[in-house]
Design a protein around this ligand. Sequence first.
Ligand code: ZN
Length: 417
Amino acid sequence: MANTGASPSEKSMRGTMADQKTPAGKGPEDKIPEDANLADHRAGKVRDADDGLVFPFHKVPHEGSVIEVAQGILWARMPLPWSLDHINVYLFDEGDSWTVIDTGSNGNSGRSAWEALEESTLGGKPISRVIATHMHPDHLGLAGWLTERHKAEFYISQTEYLLANTLWMSASADFPQSELDFLFEAGVDRQYEDMIKSAGFGNYKKGVYQLPTAFHRLEDGSEIMIGGRRWRTVMGRGHSPEHACLMCLDEPLFISGDQVLPQITSNVSVYAREPLANPLSHWLASLERIKQVPGDPLVLPSHGPVFTGLGARVQALIDSHLRKLNTLHAWLEEEERTPVETFPALFRRKITGFDFFMALGEAVAHLHLLESVGLAERRFDGEVNRFSAKGDIASTDIMKAVMTLKGVPLRSLNDFD
Ligand SMILES: [Zn+2]
């Protein structure tokens, strides 16, 4: 899930949107029958000429069952109580125990699903390690519960661990003024103030069991043995601050978390706690680096089916943001706009409810990217930020410009060899 708990309300505000992190299909993907039109559903062993992705398994695991995607690596799904209704978790056979990657969110349905897996699959062996790719509730919501239950060790990057704890502890009935200011300065109408305040602050805690009190740090480039294989940590940034992907050094396998998803795009947002952040620059630089992953690995994503075609998918994600930046620039050439007023340029679908806050964060992220490479400028009138276009986007190599920004480029994967 993309929300980090800073967003206040699911009540309605309206606009239009597309490409938010919600399911692309009509219903749960595990409802796809095996005899369905697999090409249409993109879930069968077919190559889609448009996007270069292959989905080598004809089905997705039902609750309480698993699919072995490589020797000793099991794919399971945990139910989520949101519009994005599942998360993939992966179990690695360690011989006398299991390592699990990601957990699902806290709640009765998630715990029941783990109990069912323990019964059907774990064979009485404990979980010795829980690894979280990042701090969003669907990824580590049950990490504390599982580590308690199995006396397991917890692995995550430092920034994700600290941010998770900060958000968990900062839940409050009082809505921080800085959060309100961020919304109003982005063009949210002040008439919504009471409604926003009434929702309270700190939804993060609702999906997260008390966090493990200690952790082992995953660092960019570090190696870890999982399931008898060597894996290299490849950090991604932009969706969350220090998101761990894992690249197998012994077989063509890549655990992508939310950094690369096959069918939906991950939310990349500016949040009130860092109002001048430029997360889209970090996101694009992270994707650019993932192009260095060798070969054509089997990708184990957090949502949607396991797939091959990593390079094509990464390029499609980059291209989609570049298209949006071009459309946004043209929209700002017409007249200066607040972030809220850029929704028609960025999103095709109608935006309602909670989606509004993800869409706003994403709109600000695209505006900040343009601003950082000299293609937009901001005017703050004391109440609201308005952005207008600058420069000639057609003659600008945005990716090249991004890679020259201070603090944005990442170390080459080749440097870790
Ligand atoms: Zn996430």
